[in-house]
Design a protein around this ligand. Structure first.
Ligand code: AMP
Ligand code: MG
Length: 344
C-alpha cells in the first residue's frame, strides 16, 4: 500500500513549518510531513501548536509502523507472512480496521477487498518498478483474493489468512483512519479547529471563527494539484477522494492507475475518473471512496443514496459530475467544463 519504506525515514527531515492565514489575532499553522506514502499536512490554530504537531505526527508514524506492508514488523506484514500457517494476534486498531474493511466488503459485494494484496504487489503501482503483469500471473492469483476467507477471532484479536500467498493491504482505508485518529488527538488536546489532509483524505473539525462552513476543493482529475472542479461546504467530518490521478503509470500509451478491480486483478476502467465521499468517519469515507469507484457510476451512486450518513460526488472521464441528493445545496461548481448531470 504505502509505496516505499524509505519515505518514513525521510519524513522527519522534510517537515515544513509554515504560518498561514492570520485570523483575528491567532494564526493558523501548517506542518507537512511525508508519511503513509503520501504528503500529510495538518493545519491548526492552537497556543501549543508545536506540541500538537508532534503528537499528531508521532501518532501517524505509529499507524504506519503498525499497518504498512512496507514495514517488516507491522501487524499487516506479520499477518501476510503467516498466511497459511497460523493466526496472528494484532493491535486493537489493526483488528478494528480489518473488521471494518470486511464489513464494507460485504456491503459492496467485494468492491472493496483488502485481500487484493497479491495484485497490488504484482502491478507495483506507486513503486519505482510498476509493470503490467502477464495474463497467466493474474489468473493464477485470482483465487487468492477473497475477503470472505479472512478468519477473524475477536477473543484472541487475531487475524488469519488461510492460504499461503494471500496478502492483505490496508491502503484503501488506512489514510482515512489516520486522519480520523489525528482529529481525535487534537480534540483531546483542546485544539479548537483544524484541517487534516493526508494525501487527499481531508478532515475538518471545529467551527471557523467566521462561523462559515469549511469549503473544500475537489481535485480536477486531469489537472495539476490544487485545481478544483468543485467545492463542497461542510461543517465537520471527512471529505475523501479516490481517483485515477492519485497513483498511476503509463505503458505503451495506456494509463494504469492504482484502484484495482479485485475480481479482475487489474485497474478499474469503468468511465469514472474520481469519487469523493463525505462522511462523519474518516475511515469510512476512505473505504467507501475506493469501493464506490470500483462499483462504478450507477451502482456506486445508488449505493450512496441508500445510505443516509454518506454523500458523494462522482466524476466521469467525460467531465460529467454526479452529486448525491443530500449534497446538492452544498456543492459549488468551480469549472464550467465540468457539467453537473443527472440520471435520466
Ligand atoms: P484509495 O486511494 O483510498 O482509493 O486506495 C487505493 C489503494 O488501496 C491502492 O493503492 C491499493 O493499495 C489498495 N487497493 C486498490 N484497489 C483496491 C480494492 N478494490 N480494494 C481494497 N484495496 C484496494
Ligand atoms: Mg480509499
Amino acid at each position: 500500500m504505502f509505496p516505499k519504506k524509505r519515505f518514513s525515514i525521510l519524513a522527519v527531515s522534510i517537515s515544513i513549518f509554515l504560518c498561514t492565514t492570520a485570523c483575528a489575532g491567532k494564526k493558523s499553522e501548517t506542518q507537512t510531513e511525508f508519511l503513509l506514502g503520501t504528503t500529510c499536512s495538518v493545519t491548526l490554530t492552537s497556543k501549543h501548536a508545536k506540541q500538537d504537531f508532534d503528537r499528531v505526527f508521532t501518532l501517524v508514524q505509529e499507524i504506519e509502523q503498525t499497518m504498512s506492508v512496507h514495514v517488516e514488523e507491522s501487524d499487516v506484514s506479520k499477518i501476510n507472512a503467516m498466511a497459511g500457517k497460523t493466526p496472528v494476534s494484532v493491535e486493537p486498531e489493526t483488528f478494528y480496521l480489518i473488521e471494518r474493511a470486511v464489513e464494507i466488503a460485504e456491503e459492496t459485494e467485494g468492491a472493496l477487498d483488502i485481500t487484493v494484496g497479491p495484485f497490488v504487489e504484482e502491478w507495483g503501482i506507486g513503486t519505482e518498478h510498476p509493470k503490467v503483469p502477464a495474463i497467466e500471473t493474474i489468473e493464477n492469483l485470482l483465487s487468492f483474493v477473497d475477503y470472505r476467507s479472512i478468519v477473524l477471532d475477536k477473543q484472541e484479536q487475531s487475524v488469519y489468512l488461510p492460504r499461503q500467498r494471500m496478502k492483505i493491504d490496508l491502503g484503501a482505508l488506512a489514510k482515512g483512519y489516520a486522519a480520523h485518529e489525528a482529529v481525535k488527538v487534537l480534540q483531546e488536546e483542546g485544539v479548537a479547529r483544524g484541517i487534516i489532509d493526508f494525501g487527499g483524505n481531508i478532515m475538518v473539525f471545529g467551527t471557523k471563527e467566521s462561523k462559515e462552513p469549511w469549503r473544500i476543493g475537489i481535485q480536477q482529475p486531469e489537472a495539476s494539484r490544487g485545481h478544483y472542479f468543485g467545492i463542497v461546504e461542510v461543517d465537520e467530518g471527512a471529505v475523501v477522494s479516490s481517483g485515477t490521478y492519485e497513483r498511476f503509470f503509463v505503458q505503451d500509451g495506456v494509463r494504469y492507475h492504482h484502484i484495482l478491480d479485485p475480481a479482475a486483478g487489474r485497474p478499474v476502467r469503468n468511465g469514472l475518473d474520481s469519487v469523493t465521499i463525505l462522511a462523519e468517519s474518516g475511515t469510512d469515507a476512505d473505504a467507501y471512496s475506493t469501493a464506490v469507484f470500483v462499483l462504478g457510476l450507477e451502482k456506486g451512486y445508488r449505493f450512496i443514496e441508500s445510505k443516509p450518513e454518506l454523500e458523494a460526488v462522482l466524476v466521469t472521464v467525460d467531465k460529467e459530475v454526479y452529486i448525491t441528493s443530500g449534497l446538492e445545496d452544498r456543492f459549488l461548481q468551480n469549472n464550467p467544463n465540468y457539467i453537473i448531470t443527472q440520471f435520466e
